[in-house]
Write a protein that binds this ligand. Structure first.
Ligand SMILES: [Zn+2]
Ligand SMILES: [Zn+2]
Length: 365
């Protein structure tokens, strides 16, 4: 949702829409065992070795090998592929958590831990990310706008993890993805099928965040890199004012702040900021720090909801710093709560996208 951790990258040259993606899933669930169930679940080992159709299997990592057990037998393999027919799902259970996936799942073992890669059609990925990145009760036109951005990102950043053998991870480093989606997400993906936002013929850097707080921000100021003409900030006309993050307050003790940063904090000043708006570089007792790095350090140590965005005022007292801020997230690109506000006013998704990404084209790939 936040995409705070997203690193900024320029879009690549235009390329044909890929038909399938390889996504690392369950990446935050380090485990050496999992149980996979599904009706019509096909299980295959490497080569022609076919473990055939079983309702349930258990996999266990042993070093670089897998032990694969069904009710009938136990076998060794270095890779296992699980597949279900279109429209059905398999369920993967790790400890108390259960996640559902369609299409194909490849399981291998790395250093005694299970490693899962899902191979799935782009549109299924779009629906799955949409379910993870936008609240389920958002209006359909907002979901369609978000679906176009998820697809644009998938096309411009495909192969982000190519060195590790896949396209995307399932965390906010790429886009959050938990596998399952519901009808409304699938409909939003289906009714925008193949559509992306482009600038000068290439899929755009499709950034988004929860709530801008009244104005979005220039990409180069927040993330560094080249200014992108379609990401220079727009007035949000209070479209996102219904968000509970529109305005926020938070108090951090100097002690907590010092622990989060690893050094004591006496004074905190803006080194570079918009007048009355977002901070880009701050100075802590003369030490310069990018605000996104500051938020990331504080978030990791003190919780992500303490300082919600890079737009704030700060008041210092003896023991603490009081922050009064606006918005949730980095403020670049689509404001999701703004998209919700526009949709509730009857705007359609192309208009929502034009508002947040001026100078871009909605096109079909
Ligand atoms: Zn990633
Ligand atoms: Zn907004």
């Amino acid at each position: 949702m936040l995409l705070l951790g997203v690193l900024f990258g320029l879009p690549k040259e235009p390329e044909a829409a890929p038909s399938t993606l390889r996504v690392r899933v369950l990446s935050l669930m380090s485990s050496d065992t999992a149980t996979i169930t599904g009706t019509s679940l096909r299980v295959k080992g490497e080569g022609e070795q076919d473990f055939s159709s079983v309702p349930e299997i258990r996999v266990r990592a042993r070093g670089k090998e897998l032990e694969v057990s069904s009710d009938e037998n136990t076998r060794q393999a270095s890779v296992v592929t699980l597949a279900v027919p279109p429209g059905s799902l398999m369920s993967v259970r790790i400890r108390e958590t259960e996640r559902r996936f369609g299409a194909r799942l490849q399981v291998t073992a790395r250093n005694g831990r299970l490693f899962f890669l899902q191979e799935l059609p782009v549109e299924s990925y779009v629906a799955g990310v949409l379910a993870s990145e936008m609240p389920a009760d958002f209006p359909f036109e907002a979901k369609k706008a978000q679906a176009v951005l998820i697809r644009s990102y998938a096309i411009s950043h495909r192969g982000r993890h190519a060195a590790e053998g896949y396209d995307f991870c399932d965390t906010t480093h790429c886009q959050a993805y938990a596998g399952q989606s519901s009808n409304s997400e699938e409909n939003a993906a289906e009714s925008t099928r193949g559509r992306i936002l482009s600038f000068r013929g290439a899929a755009i850097a499709a950034l988004y965040h929860s709530t801008c707080g009244g104005h979005t921000s220039p990409n180069q100021k927040v993330f560094g890199g080249q200014p992108l003409p379609y990401l220079q900030g727009v007035d949000d006309q209070s479209y996102c004012s219904a968000s509970s993050h529109y305005e926020w307050q938070s108090t951090l003790s100097r002690e907590d702040l010092g622990l989060a940063l690893g050094f004591p904090v006496t004074t905190l000043r803006a080194e570079e900021r918009e007048s009355g708006g977002r901070w880009f570089v701050l100075s802590i007792d003369g030490r310069s720090m990018k605000v996104m790095d500051f938020l990331s350090e504080v978030g990791q140590r003190s919780g992500w909801n303490r300082l919600k965005s890079n737009w704030f005022e700060v008041k210092e007292s003896d023991a603490s710093l009081q922050f009064t801020g606006r918005g949730l997230g980095h403020g670049v690109g689509l404001c999701q709560w703004g998209a919700r506000g526009m949709a509730e006013l009857g705007k359609k998704y192309p208009e929502i996208l034009r508002h947040y990404f001026p100078k871009t084209r909605l096109e079909r790939r």
